[in-house]
Unconditional design. Structure first.
Lengths: 137, 385
């Protein structure tokens, strides 16, 4: 079955992130001077303007900062998915990432609930990070 | 900056046919709105030496790009200052006053025009990595902010319904409004379909064909023109800038706090002096968070503040008296700004503030504009001579 949704538009800022996804790694830049973990990727730290940077790998765990439920189809690739959830997930390391919440019960979705990354291979070139509620073990 | 208070004024407003007007280019709406604004002010094209346009979107395949020079050309203008915002920086008022104050210009026209309703393109373009996850449009972004606000200060549909219905009542008094003939009850509001939850259709503004323009000049020049001028008593701007998905201020403070304080400080007024507001209302929630950040009520207290028809005809703080972007038509910040001007000029007929609508006679009207997804904000306080 062909994948009908838009694919990431990789550029020189985001290539390292999407390369990481292929290895099931959520990669973020951390400032070596002030420690700020930034997203989206950028040439310098937004907080101290240092270019002294390392890449870290996120634990893949975080919480929903906010979310919405798309009922209207804005792109045919999502026609069979509505209603679907998009969310801003705040990772343990600090950055907030736009993603989808999957494998959820409607009642359990809320701001601040814990979630974990789930990797979805959508083409030979791309693996996409989505998130699901973290079940109490 | 205080010496700028009361020094400049809006002296004319230009309308066009509006709503669903097929078969017209975006540029044609700008040109018609500007020509009508110039005429309304009692001026001629040779008087105009500044033209500032709102942003534009990519044109349909059969149209030219909407540029400030394409609009100037069709108006027969060769102005000293020509500009157009890229994206939604919303700096028109300070830009206009800047070039007037410098003496570069004497009469500046601000204009918005688009054929978004009938044009063959989406207001929610598929672009960037947001589309990978199915996150589209301003509606998606504002819905994210509104959801976080629900979590942070327990707002929601019970508050927003009062904004949607209250503004509709104003539109029902405005023959120009797209929703003039359509009444809305709370039941209608709750029955409208989900677009992006927590937003229903009636939480969302209209998408419109049409244009809107106005002319700004010095008060010295304004007093000899046709209408009583709407005097710019104060203006302010503040921009959170951050993409809403990374914002740390998703449920406020928006730029409205600093922008509002600046505008009030310049005008020498307090929020208690304001008689009515024309608030940029792309979504119902935008009205709530803007009024909240201006200081009309504390976080989450909007639900009670809007009770009893506060913002409606007959209410003690009329808001968006044309119907606004939600129920009149969408011309970005020109819908609220020009309505504030027309109210102060006393030209609003059945929706006129004062005895006609059992509201305070307006002396001070606060207008807001914002852009991006709560990323930019500007405030303009208008008054009388």
């Amino acid at each position: 079955m062909t994948y009908k949704k838009p694919l990431p538009q990789v550029n020189s800022d985001t290539k390292h992130f999407w390369d990481g996804c292929k290895k099931h790694e959520l990669r973020f830049q951390r400032c070596l001077d002030c420690g700020h973990v930034r997203w989206p990727p950028s040439i310098i730290c937004s907080q101290c303007h240092s270019s002294n940077t390392e890449w870290i790998i996120s634990s893949g765990k975080g919480k929903i900062y906010t979310y919405v439920i798309f009922h209207q189809v804005f792109h045919e690739g999502f026609a069979e998915d509505v209603p679907y959830v998009t969310a801003s997930v705040e990772l343990e390391e600090g950055p907030r990432l736009l993603t989808n919440i999957i494998e959820y019960e409607v009642k359990e979705i809320n701001c601040e609930i814990p979630v974990e990354v789930v990797w979805k291979e959508v083409s030979k070139e791309f693996i996409i990070p989505k998130f699901r509620p973290l079940k109490a073990s | 900056m205080n010496n700028l208070s009361g020094k400049y004024a809006i002296v004319g407003v230009g309308y066009t046919p509006q709503g669903k007007i097929p078969g017209r280019t975006a540029v044609s709406f700008h040109v018609e709105a500007c020509a009508n604004a110039i005429k309304d002010a009692g001026l001629e094209r040779k008087d105009i030496d500044g033209l500032l346009l709102y942003r534009h979107f990519n044109p349909s395949k059969d149209e030219i790009d909407t540029t400030p020079y394409s609009v100037a050309q069709r108006l027969g203008l060769s102005p000293k200052v020509l500009s157009q915002e890229a994206n939604c920086a919303r700096t028109h008022i300070s830009h206009a006053i800047g070039v007037l104050e410098e003496g570069l210009c004497d009469y500046v026209v601000l204009s918005y025009g688009d054929n978004a309703r009938s044009g063959q393109r989406s207001f929610a373009p598929v672009e960037g990595d947001n589309a990978v996850f199915g996150q589209f449009g301003a509606v998606g972004g504002y819905a994210m902010a509104a959801r976080r606000a629900m979590h942070d200060f327990q707002t929601g549909s019970e508050t927003w319904k009062k904004i949607a219905v209250g503004q509709r009542k104003w539109a029902n008094l405005n023959p120009r409004a797209r929703m003039f003939k359509y009444k809305m009850t709370y039941e209608d509001y709750f029955n409208s379909r989900w677009v992006v939850e927590p937003f229903r259709l009636f939480d969302c503004c209209l998408i419109s064909d049409g244009g809107r323009a106005c002319v700004i000049t010095s008060l010295d020049r304004a007093v000899s023109l046709k209408h009583d001028p709407a005097v710019i008593l104060g203006f302010g701007q503040h921009n959170q800038s951050s993409d809403i998905l990374q914002s740390r201020n998703m449920s406020g403070p928006t730029g409205a706090i600093v922008s509002g304080e600046q505008a009030l400080q310049m005008s020498g007024l307090t929020i208690d002096d304001v008689d009515a507001c024309e608030i940029y209302d792309c979504f119902t929630y935008t009205v709530e968070i803007t009024l909240q950040d201006y200081g009309f009520f504390k976080a989450g207290e909007g639900k009670e503040w809007f009770d009893g028809g506060t913002i409606e005809p007959g209410g003690w703080m009329p808001i968006n008296t044309s119907g606004g972007l939600l129920s009149e038509d969408y011309f970005m910040g020109m819908t609220p700004l020009t309505e504030g001007v027309m109210q102060l000029m006393g030209r609003c007929e059945k929706r006129q503030l004062g005895p006609t609508t059992k509201t305070k006679k307006p002396n001070i009207i606060l207008c807001s504009d914002n852009g991006g997804v709560l990323q930019t904000h500007s405030t303009t306080i208008l008054g009388k001579v």
